[in-house]
Ligand binder design. Sequence first.
Ligand code: SF4
Ligand code: SF4
Ligand code: SF4
Ligand code: FES
Length: 968
Amino acid sequence: MLIKEIDYGTPAPKQPRICGNSNCGCASGVQQEVHADTVMVTLEIDGNNVTVPQGTSIMRAAMQMGTQIPKLCATDSIDAFGSCRLCVVEIEGRRGTPASCTTPVEPGLKVWTQTGKLAKLRRNVMELYISDHPLDCLTCSANGDCELQDMAGAVGLREVRYGFDGANHFDKPKDQSNPYFTFDPTKCIVCSRCVRACEEVQGTFALTIDGRGFASMVSPSEAQPFLESECVSCGACVQACPTATLMENTIIEAGQPEHSVVTTCAYCGVGCSFKAEMRGNEVVRMTPYKDGQANHGHSCVKGRFAWGYATHKDRITKPMIRAKITDPWKEVSWEEAINHAASEFKRIQKTFGRESVGGITSSRCTNEETYLVQKLIRAGFGTNNVDTCARVCHSPTGYGLATTLGTSAGTQDFDSVEEADVILVMGANPTDGHPVFASRMKQRLREGAKLIIIDPRRIDLAKTPHVQADYHLPLRPGTNVAIINALAHVIVTEGLVDEEFVRERCEPEEFNRWRAFVAEPKNSPEVTEAYTGVKAADVRGAARLYASVKNAAIYYGLGVTEHSQGSTTVMGIANLAMATGNVGHNGAGINPLRGQNNVQGACDMGSFPHELPGYRHISTDEVRHQFEAAWGVTLEAEPGLRIPNMLDAAIEGTFKGIYIQGEDIAQSDPNIQHVIAGLSAMECVVVQDIFLNETANYAHVLLPGATFLEKDGTFTNAERRINRVRKAIQPKAGYADWEVTMMLSNALGYPMNYKDPSEIMDEIARLTPTFKNVSYALLEEKGSVQWPCNDKAPDGTPLMHVTGFVRGKGRFMITEFVATDEKVGPRFPLLLTTGRILAHYNVGAQTRRTDNVAWHPEDLLEIHPHDAEDRGIRDGDNVALLSRVGETSLRAKISERMQPGVVYTTFHHVGTGANVVTTDFSDWATNCPEYKVTAVQVRPTNHPSEWQSAYNRQRDETRRIETTTAAE
Ligand code: SF4
Ligand code: SF4
Ligand code: SF4
Ligand code: FES
């Protein structure tokens, strides 16, 4: 089959990755990769020669030759500390017994790791530890997984001469405030691994060792309970703890796991790898996978702890149908549900035409599932009316980056940030939205990289322990393009352009046009200050900083895309990076931080109505013919309807049926009342989900979904990394989502007969040039690969646009600032912007069904003290939030993070209905909604809004389930 090869430039050589700590006491056994110019050192350990890179610790060198030196305070991923004195060695010609974890190798050293003297010293150390440790090993939750126990065995401890009757810590109370883990200080050996993990890995600095000597003990923040401290519950300390002092509650309750499955977190675009640790068919712990190439063994509270929704009682496990949305649901067999849905779609298409139906793919589902849904819509329904939730988040990224660079994807891998000299974060809140990557970013910032933040709010990253933004540009919502143009103005007018890069890599005419445009006085920081609200001097300083270093990287999020000029801002960002030569090398680039776990994959898989998999336009005959030949159908050449167009068409009466897999547009999309009107106007709404979500309130068929733990497949993260998802438990409803789509397709008369998701991936690879070499076998071998992965880049492409842009020459685009039509005025004088919070994910359907609600039980409206005072609002008051399209109510949180005139809320809780007030305004190019700019008024209230009252009345009514009919 003919597959058009696209030139993605020469793939970057894979960066050699050395374990983060060359002197760590790594127990993982991972060999250090060695740079060509690394100086190697040969020494003798226990009479054997070993050669290791300079700087390696003696402990690690010994480990390389298979000798395990006893240790307690050293562990991989954190710097060696040298406090426990268990790892002592003897070195010929040196006095004393140095700690091997902190002593670097030297040429010609003769080291002895096992001598009578060392054995005695180590036993003494262990004796001291054990004399202040409760000897309840048999009933301890760490029994079988306790390094203290292991070391007692390793050093041959047989007696404890000091007895157990002296001073000890046995009366210290447990801290059980954190819903996920328990702190039992009686078992603490004060190795400070937890403190160092919190500092070095997570970057939160929530723990200290309080007191001195015998009185010293671990303390969260200022001796607060964990839940009330600065701890963000990432679990790094729990993982680092060698004893049962910090222990997951699930392990305390269920016992140690007995097998594990490596899979990928289903929460955000970082795509962390985890070991799902199991007892039988039950997950008992999610442990971040050390070899995970996106997360390198770290995680956040969601991935590590918030997986309990998978077994929540609200899971829908039986298919259901109903004739009208006012009827109760009726549980039926899979066969009946599938046949009913198929016959309804057929009836609708027969009556109202082929284009009267469509579908929405899910960014939470796997690549394979997403691919199948768009295939079903295009080949089974015979229409291109397929869209995805990326419509409402990163569709401007697709448009903006494809236009300027030639393809819709971030340019770097996450590791690249380790070489950034300047990090520019725009419209993103990584510590909440992409926490594991934020920790990497903070590590680099602590090493000295500079930080520029462009955000209306003072996000956490602007000032956290040992990190402070060099520039925070707190712009007015809606003025992104003006700020980008002002930065470009400074770069162009102050001679900061990388002329050589532009000359060699970019279209000259377009560059010259752009240069003249941004140099116009209207784009200067002094002129734009009037409407961006950002001081001109700060814009100038930030522009000089960004343009002055070798490696400057831009990371951006939905604060860039979800605007009426979202695509313009993305193009403006690409202009900035190209003008300063910040594309095609490590430490630089343009990096969209993707929200949902597989939003990159959903876009890659052809979920947009105008694109087939691999971002190829449906109207291109050559491409379409490839798919027609493979799928055995004739495809429509015209793009289909986008989500907002489907809803409009439904209200107009021409669109009647929809298949929605794993999305909840009745909560996530803007102007909910319009969404509901569209859904209510349809005759057949088929929802496939793990819960009865908000959209299901307007559905006629409910097909139970499967969680990520219940299926095989792949997710693609924000760095284009294709990661395996592996089934850990059986699907609660009997089928994985791809199997359900297949059943529906077969019932519609379009046969699909895949036996395994790997066969779907094989088909994707056959039809998609950027996936040509991807297969499950390759993923098994490599762990993961980043597309493009083809003959030119058989191991994938960590870094894009190295020698040339995908489109050939980089294209500068004119980015004229056009103010949004959403204006403040006397009735609606404030601007509302929305976002998310660490504890929750998207519409909260999963995280609200976990103990994460302990951190965020409700959506709050953040408001500046001046705006609150003007309105007589106190912290915690109930307030009405009104816009031109709707009204809701929620509690106020007075916060100096906000600038006067701007309020902020999240959209994780159903009853708040933040999207009741957001409008239909959207990006000019892609229809991505303008969530980030809504003119609102806020005033005290003591009752729910009309919408909330109506919602509360109707919600239970539409969720009734009639269980009398026996289901399959
Ligand atoms: S859970 Fe994470 S943030 Fe909390 S104390 Fe432990 S390492 Fe620090
Ligand atoms: S809590 Fe665990 S990791 Fe922290 S000091 Fe105590 S024993 Fe060490
Ligand atoms: S939510 Fe994101 S950052 Fe957290 S563990 Fe999952 S993939 Fe990693
Ligand atoms: S492991 Fe080296 S001093 Fe603790």
